[in-house]
Write a protein that binds this ligand. Structure first.
Ligand SMILES: Nc1nc2c(c(=O)[nH]1)N[C@H]1C(S)=C(S)[C@@H](COP(=O)(O)OP(=O)(O)OC[C@H]3O[C@@H](n4cnc5c(=O)[nH]c(N)nc54)[C@H](O)[C@@H]3O)O[C@H]1N2
Ligand SMILES: Nc1nc2c(c(=O)[nH]1)N[C@H]1C(S)=C(S)[C@@H](COP(=O)(O)OP(=O)(O)OC[C@H]3O[C@@H](n4cnc5c(=O)[nH]c(N)nc54)[C@H](O)[C@@H]3O)O[C@H]1N2
Ligand code: SF4
Ligand SMILES: [Mo]
Length: 727
């Protein structure tokens, strides 16, 4: 029996688009956009494929236990009951904690930007903190820490991140290393609306991707040189007086003296090292464009900006983001209408378990190497996790989703690290190259089979005011359980029941909701959500200052200086044919990568509705670069880095600098329905880009992995195979 579409939202990626679901005869049939929802203007193909994901034949439906050794070709999976599986997990973790301390147990989760783990991620953190482990991996070194740490040491808060672009009122929108048309549909639709009403748009991206085609200024930066560009823009702004002098005087540490010179003078001197002509040579962005962009940023402010993974996956990520934050500070747009605003939130009780963290806890792995980095906050980078697993400081891993070996550079090292653990449990929807290494694999529900509470949708005051309880559309397939259920069940078995309402999720939600004045019953009766009116206050810094040591925006950071880092934003040439003349003959091209419109990260290649739009892994190459190598569109090529070769099909892209090449990570899965092949995660025929990228040299502050600037060569695979055969 059909019925009216059920109001819901799609949590498959960070966009979290408002939606309506068609359910008929107990079957989830379709997901449709819901324009009445603040994020519901449109759905992407992934969201529309939600029923296919839910009903996919290769879903994990039962808890599994490995019966063969880690290096056996077949893990020998045996179905076990949930009770057996969870009892084993609890027993192993408790034994590990008594023998080696809570820090010997690492936890991890998929990124909430690429999965519905956002439903449960705060509760996962509560579990970790109650258990007492300081070691949590969540991929933020690939798309979060630069954007968190740089503004933390500049503004005392996460900008952007917590302070989101107020696209509705922005005079100028600046997207830097961010392509919302692929990555975050709700931002893309609001940006298109803003441009239509006359907002200016600046896009900094080596590719003319997404909204770059509509931009007033598209700056085609060479991968990894963004700091030089930001310093040059700032130089032009300072030289021309294109900055908010009142804000700089009142609210930054510009006037502070360091060694007899003002911070402003030191900053100006640093920026003057990058006059437009010089920056043009480094970045590939014409000098005139740098000047014109600086003028636009000034004349059309307030500026709302967003940066993302184009800037995060670099060995100089934090300083690059610092350079952009300083530039942004000069526009005076922070927390003003049309700038980047911390929107108010519906009052709720925090549940992430911060109250269980104390100074006396053992430190997180990586704190010695990067004292201001993720470890300071209880997070571990993939690189540090692998090292700690290999040297046995971490001996167990509890992983809620995530495909670690495929997501991080150096997949082979990842496999070795995971194999060296004494115990590894993974919850997932599908078997993956990572889950294959686990001792126990627990089947989770898709978000459309489970309930979740969402308090606020981040984007705007209106979106923030919406509280929604997403209801299960259909019962779970097989024995799958939600991550939330797994967290609560595991917590009670670990003796932490008193902090988890003895496993009663409704009671936990009631606690969380208490300050909002909304009840669970109200939310269940209103699947479209309940609104709590909110009023945004702007320029909140005028009340309590900034949450930095000086209470001001720190153009010069003494915190960074004390730890031996440059207190002013700085540019460092990435791994490139320029910095490595010794590699330039063999690897003359610059390699970066970007996400696919059709898949989330390493997922979804098995879904026919998506795979049919992108059958093969692709590498984008400039037509002239391809032609000089005898490569035509669609040819299979070998993408060669100093660490090995992987295969992909050439896609010609005339918008690229001829020296720049763009790869795609995440290819391993087959799509049986289409007869589209899978690819080995390791070895000669692999299409796994991360097999030939490395986690080092990582950013000295944040530990970010340099996946987006490297050196490579591209060769026609047929010719190469022939050459190999002749030798
Ligand atoms: N469809 C889809 N949506 C997703 C995801 C997905 O896999 N697929 N993943 C989700 C996740 S986990 C995240 S973190 C977000 C990420 O969202 P984004 O960061 O927007 O994702 P990307 O497309 O990888 O990168 C953005 C842009 O950075 C550019 N870029 C690459 N190197 C550089 C550089 O050196 N400098 C500059 N300035 N730009 C560079 C790329 O060309 C690309 O257009 O998306 C989320 N949403
Ligand atoms: N070369 C290169 N590498 C990259 C990137 C890049 O741009 N270039 N991007 C990086 C980025 S930004 C990130 S965030 C990481 C992402 O890395 P991951 O967080 O590992 O993301 P996915 O590859 O999407 O894998 C998600 C896994 O979780 C499972 N899953 C999906 N939904 C759920 C759920 O609701 N619950 C549970 N328990 N499991 C679920 C999926 O089946 C899959 O196995 O990858 C990074 N790797
Ligand atoms: S962009 Fe697509 S996958 Fe992401 S939340 Fe929206 S519909 Fe779902
Ligand atoms: Mo990410």
């Amino acid at each position: 029996m059909g019925g009216d579409p059920v109001p819901t939202y799609c949590p498959l990626c960070v966009s979290r688009c408002g939606a309506r679901a068609e359910v008929a005869d107990g079957t989830f049939r379709a997901l449709l956009p819901d324009p009445s929802h603040p994020t519901g203007q449109a759905l992407c193909l992934k969201g529309k494929a939600a029923p296919e994901i839910l009903y996919h034949p290769s879903r994990l439906l039962h808890p599994l236990r490995r019966t063969s050794p880690k290096d056996a070709p077949d893990p020998g999976w045996e179905e076990v009951s949930w009770d057996d599986a969870l009892d084993t997990v609890a027993e192993r973790l408790l034994a590990m904690r008594s023998a080696h301390g809570p820090q010997s147990v690492g936890f991890s989760s998929s990124s909430p930007s690429t999965s519905a783990i956002s439903d449960a991620v705060d509760w996962v953190q509560r579990l970790i903190r109650c258990f007492g482990s300081p070691n949590y991996c969540n991929y933020m070194e690939l798309c979060g820490w630069g954007r968190y740490l740089a503004p933390l040491y500049t503004f005392g808060a996460s900008v952007p991140g917590s302070y989101l672009p107020d696209l509705e009122s922005a005079g100028c929108i600046l997207f830097w290393g961010y392509n919302p048309s692929v990555a975050r549909l709700a931002h893309a639709t609001s940006t298109v609306a803003a441009v239509r009403r006359g907002a200016k748009l600046v896009v900094v991206d080596p590719r003319k991707a997404g909204l770059a085609a509509r931009a007033d200024h598209w700056l085609r930066v060479r991968p990894g040189t963004d700091a030089a560009l930001a310093l040059s823009l700032t130089h032009v702004m300072i030289e021309n007086g294109w900055y908010d002098a009142d804000f700089v005087r009142e609210w930054t540490n510009a006037a502070d003296l360091v060694g007899g010179r003002s911070v402003w003078d030191l900053l100006a001197t640093r920026c003057a090292e990058f006059p437009p002509d010089f920056a043009a040579d480094i970045t590939g962005v014409p000098a005139d464009d740098i000047v014109a962009t600086a003028r636009t940023l000034w004349e059309t402010r307030p500026v709302a900006f967003y940066t993302w993974s184009g800037l995060e996956q670099h060995s100089n990520a934090t300083q690059t983001l610092r350079a952009i934050d300083v530039l942004y500070a000069l526009t005076g747009s922070l927390d003003v209408p049309g700038g980047n605003v911390l929107f108010p939130a519906v009052p709720s009780n925090p549940i992430d378990g911060m109250e269980f963290v104390s100074e006396a806890d053992p430190p997180a792995v990586g704190v010695d190497e990067r004292p201001l980095g993720p470890a300071r906050f209880g997070f571990v980078t993939g690189e540090d996790f692998y090292t700690a697993a290999l040297d046995r400081r971490i001996r167990a891993l509890v992983s809620f989703g995530g495909n670690m070996v495929m997501a991080h550079g150096d997949s082979a090292r990842g496999r070795e690290a995971l194999r060296s653990l004494d115990f590894f449990v993974q919850t997932d929807l599908f078997m993956s190259p990572t889950a294959e290494i686990a001792d126990i694999v627990l089947p989770v529900t898709t978000p459309f089979e489970s309930e979740a509470l969402k308090i606020g949708f981040e984007y705007s005051e209106e979106a923030q005011s919406l509280v929604q309880l997403r209801r299960p559309l259909v019962p779970p397939r097989g024995e799958a359980r939600s991550d939330l259920r797994v967290v609560f069940d595991l917590a009670t078995r670990l003796g932490l029941g008193e902090y988890f309402w003895d496993g009663d999720i409704d009671a936990a939600f009631r606690h969380q909701l208490a300050p909002s004045g909304i009840t669970l019953e109200e939310l269940r009766a209103h699947p479209e959500g309940v609104r709590v009116p909110l009023t945004t206050r702007y320029r909140k810094y005028t009340e309590a200052g900034f949450a930095t040591p000086s209470g001001k925006v720190e153009l010069y950071s003494q915190t960074l200086e004390r730890h031996g880092y440059d207190p002013l934003p700085t540019f460092v040439e990435p791994l490139s044919p320029r910095s490595r003349a010794d590699l330039a003959d063999r690897y003359p091209l610059v390699l970066s990568c970007a996400k696919s419109l059709f898949f989330c990260e390493t997922q979804h290649r098995q879904v026919a509705a998506l795979r049919k739009s992108a059958r093969d892994p692709q590498v984008e190459i400039h037509p002239s670069t391809a032609a000089s190598r005898g490569i035509g569109a669609g040819d299979w090529v070998s993408l060669d880095t100093p660490h090995g070769s992987v295969r992909a099909r050439a896609k010609l892209n005339a918008s690229l600098d001829p020296q720049v090449v763009f790869g795609q990570h995440g290819w391993w899965q087959a799509c049986d329905e289409l007869g589209a092949p899978g690819y080995a995660p390791y070895g000669p025929d692999s299409a796994n880009l991360n097999l030939v990228l490395r986690q080092t040299p990582s950013d000295p502050i944040s530990g970010s992995s340099p996946l987006r600037a490297g050196v490579c060569e591209v060769t026609l695979l047929a010719q190469r195979e022939h050459a190999d055969a002749v030798e």
